[in-house]
Design a binder for this molecule. Structure first.
Ligand SMILES: [Zn+2]
Length: 195
């Protein structure tokens, strides 16, 4: 149950991955950009994509690692497009995106490019397949409908939690949890008040 004000959106504060630790995960659809992710997530994704392919499901990567500076540009664009209050529900501010960690991926369906990175993804065979099979490969949906963080439902956005390191990034424990969620809540309230 959600008891928080409707416009309060809590994006988790994360530490940006060291770029030197990242591995290539796929080439972007325009062929220009090489997406990067943490090696354990790359391995798991490759296994998952191969498994999907056996059942005629064609997964593709739309986004993986994203730096805070790229996020800053995208966030400014989103604010221009959706307004201060609107943007925050769909895009994390720089420093608060799961994509900074190298553990999160945006997945698309090769057969339905119209559904890339938008709510239409729910209609794709890829999404239906992921819903039953992603967990087995260590991936989970970060922002299901009506999530407690108040973030818009993102059927395309999956995070890897299949190793202790990855899991603790999204489920920090004890003191680390206090730090992470303390910063996250402070930022959320600040943005809620000041926009
Ligand atoms: Zn995403």
């Amino acid at each position: 149950m959600r008891l928080l004000p409707k416009n309060l959106v809590i994006h988790q504060w994360v530490v940006e991955a060291n770029k030197l630790k990242l591995s290539p995960i796929s080439v972007s659809t325009d062929g220009h950009r090489m997406h990067l992710a943490m090696p354990a997530a790359v391995q798991a994704y490759n296994r998952m994509a191969a498994d999907a392919k056996k059942q005629n499901i064609q997964l593709k990567i739309i986004w993986a690692f994203r730096s805070a500076s790229t996020q800053a540009q995208q966030f400014e664009e989103a604010r221009r497009k959706h307004g201060k209050r609107g943007a925050i529900r769909w895009l994390a501010p720089p420093g608060y995106s799961e994509h900074h960690t190298g553990w999160a991926i945006d997945v698309g369906d090769e057969t339905d490019p119209q559904a890339d990175d938008n709510p239409l993804f729910e209609r794709t065979p890829a999404f239906r397949w992921l819903k039953t099979n992603a967990r087995r490969h260590g991936f989970e949906l970060s922002f299901p409908p009506k999530n407690w963080q108040g973030i818009g439902y993102e059927p395309w956005h999956w995070r890897f939690v299949g190793t202790p390191e990855a899991r603790e990034t999204f489920y920090p424990k004890k003191f680390s949890a206090l730090g992470v969620w303390g910063v996250s809540w402070t930022e959320a309230v600040r943005r809620w008040i000041f926009g």
